[in-house]
Ligand binder design. Structure first.
Ligand SMILES: Nc1ncnc2c1ncn2[C@@H]1O[C@H](COP(=O)(O)OP(=O)(O)OP(=O)(O)O)[C@@H](O)[C@H]1O
Ligand SMILES: O=P(O)(O)OC[C@H]1O[C@H](OP(=O)(O)OP(=O)(O)O)[C@H](O)[C@@H]1O
Ligand SMILES: [Mg+2]
Length: 284
């Protein structure tokens, strides 16, 4: 079926489960068995290919698959002809330098040193941009052992909580090399594709449904302007008359993160019957 949309999804690792969950929330079928390599979703005219996150940019860059989900760090490391089209808000990490604890190493000290990493392309690009002449030692993983074992003087690695580096007796130094998260990628310069646009609209809908809640409340009409200032909504809140004289009902989307604080403020201006509900899905 030539007009099927073909999408690459991480088959394992940190991005696999959250990527599957997000696609599921966006209305796509997801695999039941984590060993499945392909999943056909005929209702949505889409095929999902489960691949190593590191390889996804290659498949998309070669034009074999029309879009993929991978980490921004992996996309930049690959050097493939792909572009980021939508950040997805999970798989967040930073890519950082680290050295032996107490060594007090600085980025300027890296000249002439050996730096171990699994992201050689990304690191070489960063060093070249800053004119730092260091030797990059490319390892497949477990980079945090490289200093202890004497193969490198510093490492550049993925950091989330920092526990892995700390446990290896290493200390972060310098500014973050990169802030990464899971992203949707497409081939560079690929033209408009209505099926991709639909996928992106669905995923944006999931992001909004995760980040926002629906708030309903009643307030005296005299305080409506103050209330609207607290809950401006997307295009302005819906305001409906209430049977009770002088009162109105208001409905607006608000950020989930600040919902409790907004309820406190609404209460202060006399709003009552304040209700918050989840948004199951949306298209803005
Ligand atoms: N602890 C973490 N927390 C959040 N995101 C992470 C973490 N570790 C890695 N990532 C991100 O997840 C993406 C994929 O990394 P992952 O570690 O799953 O792949 P990998 O290292 O190639 O696979 P494996 O760990 O199975 O060898 C990268 O973009 C990375 O930034
Ligand atoms: O800062 P932290 O919270 O400790 O997380 C960072 C670690 O997580 C990832 O490892 P992963 O579990 O993917 O194992 P890997 O080394 O096999 O990639 C990454 O490669 C770091 O080593
Ligand atoms: Mg890993």
């Amino acid at each position: 079926m030539p007009d099927q949309l073909r999408i690459a999804v991480p088959n394992k690792g940190q991005l696999s489960e959250p990527a599957g969950a997000m696609l599921h929330e966006a209305g796509y079928r997801q695999r039941k068995d984590s060993r499945d390599l392909v999943l056909v979703d005929p209702e949505n005219g889409t095929e999902f290919f489960f691949l190593r996150p590191r390889d996804i940019a290659v498949y998309v860059g070669e034009g074999i698959l029309q879009a993929g989900i991978t980490g921004r760090d992996m996309l930049l490391d690959s050097g493939a002809a792909v572009e980021e089209v939508l950040p997805l808000g999970f798989g967040g990490s930073t890519f950082r330098f680290a050295a032996r604890g107490g060594a007090g190493m600085k980025v300027e000290d890296l000249a002439g040193k050996r730096i171990a990493t699994s992201f050689a392309g990304l690191l070489k690009g960063y060093l070249a941009e800053r004119g730092v002449d260091a030797r990059v030692i490319h390892l497949d993983g477990a980079v945090e052992s490289a200093i202890q074992l004497g193969v490198a003087d510093a490492v550049a690695d993925v950091v989330s909580t920092g526990t892995t580096l700390r446990n290896a007796g290493l200390e972060i130094f310098g500014d973050p090399i990169l802030e990464s998260e899971a992203v949707v990628i497409r081939q560079e310069g690929a033209g408009d594709d209505p099926k991709i646009e639909q996928l992106l609209r669905r995923l944006r809908g999931v992001l909004v449904a995760r980040d926002y809640v629906m708030m309903d409340y009643d307030v005296h009409a005299e305080r409506l302007d103050d209330a609207v200032a607290l809950t401006p909504g997307m295009e302005g809140p819906t305001v409906s008359p209430l049977h009770r004289e002088g009162w109105v009902a208001v409905r607006a989307m608000v950020p989930r993160r600040t919902a409790q604080a907004i309820m406190d403020d609404l209460w202060e201006i006399g709003a009552r019957a304040i209700l918050v509900t989840d948004i199951y899905a949306c298209r803005l």
